[in-house]
Design a protein around this ligand. Structure first.
Ligand code: ADP
Ligand code: G6P
Length: 730
């Protein structure tokens, strides 16, 4: 079995030091609690920070921590006080956390934080490289380590690397604010699979990669160098059985009895979170305050138990939040409380599982109202604990969990009035309705547990790796390359069928800027001058441009995907009579779309019209392309006209034209003893399809193709052609 390394900033155990004593405590937060359960069923090693800075401990204590954690299969990466300040409190929690949770005003952009982030990600990489095997599976978690996939990829190119983001991926409008957005995206793309909690986050990520890196995806798959990288949604589950079975634990039952004695028969509302401004705790309390004011009949009848676990206490915004919260609790209790009734019970601490489960179990209502939350496991844990079906979950629509828990009472966490109404609705909801809603959610949670989530992710990761391997089988590897060169040397009737854009030159933002460069022209000249070679440049370009750029070569040119042919030394000829009167109908439609889509343009050829949108906003262009395609297909249903999508283009052309058709003519010309064809897009697939078995067909780029071989890039194809003409005198 492939060895699994789990990597996260925080280990599942956090160490603190009090009065010279080291204390080891389970870490809080969805990542640590969720993954800890999965680990019990899957052999793995966890790499991360034990939560204490090296400046607070001696060398001996550091060793002690390492040894103790190593026994639990946890490998420690230590951070100094400076790292904690600049990396953890700094870039992680003052830059990425607020920005990704849509709090741009809390976001701090500091170069020293960024430098620390890079350096700590590097340190994690070094630790991993020390213990990882070349082909092991490395699963990296969360926003603290977004550069790590790329760092590891450089060191261990064959490793299976998965990345999971436990927080939201913000919309492009937010993400673009980050000065280091390109580096972060490139860092993530070092992984083979990038997972998110919801499909919205996947969409945001893909939109950012398209707009910032120009990397387009097809159904969530991107091509990065010679690798396919997938982005997909995997909503994290919980250890369902543990919560469902909690009541069987005598400690949980005892705790329930204790709480019940203290609260009496009042209704109980719970509010449980890490103390974080994203959780909407203040807004929730203000809503409870309003509820009590507007519903005096609930005076002394309801208690809100507010449990907040200390979190990131070194960050000013968190200290401020605590102060604000405690002030507000005091005010509400002072204003509404009576002798014998404290409306809000406030606890600021970590509590062990038994107490947490008892609280979930006894509560009539859970108020889970984050302003933004990647997932929110508290909501799921609460529902799972309700074995008798009673209890109402009030859930913010801004939590990732809302996409799965549709039967909860969902609210907009910014709308206090809506929370007030939801509290009332929940307290008064008939038991049958509570049970019905909970049963549906429980069914879902019991099926998609944390173990299933992890297996799903790891299985998809291994499938992505398999697809990569299948594609790499076609990579033009050294032995094939050598065979190709040797066959070339031995042959005397050689045919070269070369596409132009994306094959001999890279794409430019404007089609007219992709002229042949000073490297390409001599290369093609040398290739075409060899009397044993017949070079055919077979392009979708119009004949005037092609002639202007390449007309002086001793080569044949094919324009407009095969509509026009100019044989070596000859003139342009139409391959067969074609109609182009349809262009008058289609042109005004394309003009309309061009006006409505900034950055797009029209290219007109004799027998085709092309709509270019490389410089347009990719999301808008996507929508427009679909509309445009439908409109044109409707209009041309009875004509011999087709609509084709290429690389950032939509082309409308005569169906009779195809590169395959024209190449067939060339193949019949004589008995070729060496054929090399190269192309990069769908139009070249028609060409590859008609070639004889022994031809060397090469696709530039990595995706499924009819070509026998793939090369990484235009540069790699040019190197191959250079090698063919090397040392030959003409
Ligand atoms: P986040 O990951 O942002 O902290 P989640 O709701 O996804 O939010 O996860 C919180 C996790 O921390 C849950 O698994 C919950 O059981 C645990 N937790 C929250 N508050 C406490 C607390 N006071 N004591 C112990 N565990 C807690
Ligand atoms: C969230 C994050 C985790 C983080 C946890 C606790 O769940 O997604 O990555 O570990 O909060 O935060 P902390 O800063 O204490 O690790």
């Amino acid at each position: 079995m492939v060895r699994l390394l789990i990597v996260s900033n925080r280990l599942p155990v956090s160490v603190t030091k009090r009065a010279n004593d080291l204390r080891f405590q389970p870490s809080v937060g969805g990542l640590a609690t969720g993954l800890s359960s999965f680990r019990e069923s899957h052999q793995s090693q966890w790499i991360g920070w034990p939560g204490i800075s090296t400046d607070k401990i001696s060398e001996k204590e550091k060793q002690q921590i390492s040894n103790k954690l190593e026994v639990q299969n946890c490998h420690s990466v230590f951070l100094s006080a400076k790292d904690v300040r600049n990396f953890y409190h700094g870039f992680c929690n003052k830059t990425l956390w607020p920005l990704f949770h849509y709090f741009p005003l809390y976001t701090v952009y500091e170069d020293k934080y960024w430098q620390a982030y890079k350096q700590v990600n590097k340190a994690f990489c070094n630790s991993i490289v020390e213990i990882a095997e070349p082909d092991c599976c490395i699963w990296i978690h969360d926003y603290q380590l977004m550069l790590l996939p790329e760092f590891i990829r450089r060191e261990l190119p064959d490793a299976q690397i998965g990345f999971f983001l436990h927080i939201p991926f913000p919309s492009f409008e937010l993400f673009r604010l980050l000065p280091w957005r390109t580096e972060i995206l490139n860092g993530l793309l070092g992984a083979d699979l990038i997972g998110f909690h919801t499909y919205d986050y996947v969409r945001h990520f893909l939109s950012s990669t398209a707009r910032i890196l120009g990397a387009e995806h097809s159904m969530g798959s991107l091509t990065v160098g010679n690798r396919i990288v997938r982005a997909d949604a995997f909503p994290m589950g919980i250890d369902y059985e543990r919560y469902w079975g909690a009541l069987e634990n005598p400690k949980v039952r005892k705790r329930i009895t204790t709480i019940r004695k203290k609260v009496g028969n009042r209704k109980i509302i719970i509010s449980i979170d890490r103390l974080d401004y994203t959780k909407g705790i203040i807004e929730r309390l203000e809503a409870f305050d309003l509820f009590l004011s507007q519903n005096p009949q609930y005076k002394e009848k309801v208690t809100l138990i507010l449990l907040a676990v200390p979190s990131r206490t070194g960050v000013e915004d968190y200290m401020e939040l605590r102060k604000q919260l405690e002030g507000l609790v005091g005010r509400i209790n002072g204003e509404h409380g009576t002798i014998g009734w404290v409306p809000v019970w406030y606890l600021y601490r970590f509590v062990p599982f038994e107490r947490l489960a008892a609280l979930y179990n006894i509560a009539d209502v859970a108020l889970v109202t984050p302003l933004r939350d990647g997932m929110n496991l508290i909501a799921k844990e609460f529902v799972a604990t309700k074995t008798d079906g009673r209890g109402v979950l009030i859930l913010s629509e801004m939590a990732g969990a809302a996409s799965e828990l549709g039967e909860a009472v969902t609210i907009n966490a910014q709308n206090k009035g809506a929370i007030v109404e939801a509290i009332k609705e929940a307290l008064e909801m008939p038991v049958e309705e509570q049970t019905e809603r909970n049963r549906i959610m429980q069914g879902r949670l019991s099926r998609y547990t944390v173990t299933r989530w992890a297996h799903d992710f790891l299985e998809t990761l291994s499938n992505v790796k398999k697809t990569q391997q299948e594609l790499s089988v076609h990579k033009l590897a050294i032995p094939t390359r050598e065979r190709l060169i040797s066959e070339y040397d031995k042959s005397s009737k050689r045919l070269f069928l070369l596409d132009y854009d994306g094959t001999l030159v890279g794409f430019a933002s404007r089609p007219e800027s992709a002229a042949p460069d000073q490297e390409l022209l001599p290369l093609l000249k040398a290739l075409a001058t060899d009397s044993k070679n017949d070079v055919v440049i077979i392009s979708g370009r119009d004949k005037t441009t092609l002639n202007y750029w390449l007309g002086n070569l001793n080569a044949s040119l094919i324009a407009e995907h095969g509509a026009w042919i100019k044989e070596k030394g000859g003139n342009w000829q139409l391959i067969e009579p074609l109609r182009n009167d349809w262009k008058d109908t289609i042109r005004p439609i394309l003009e309309l779309y061009t006006d409505r889509t900034p950055g797009s343009s029209i290219e007109e050829k004799d027998f085709s019209l092309v709509w270019h949108f490389r410089r347009s906003d990719s999301d808008l262009a996507y929508v427009r392309t679909q509309e445009l395609k439908d409109t044109i297909l409707n209009l041309t249903a009875n004509l011999d006209i087709g609509v084709f999508e290429g690389s950032k283009i939509l082309e409308v052309k005569n169906l009779g034209i195809s590169k395959g058709h024209v190449v067939e003519l060339w193949l019949k010309k004589q008995k070729w003893d060496f054929i090399l064809a190269a192309g990069d897009d769908y139009t070249d697939e028609e060409l590859f399809a008609v070639l004889p078995q022994n031809a060397y067909s090469i696709k530039v780029g990595y995706s499924i193709s009819k070509a026998r071989f793939n090369v990484d890039s235009v540069g790699e194809l040019r190197l191959l052609l250079e090698e063919l003409i090397k040392n030959k005198s003409y």
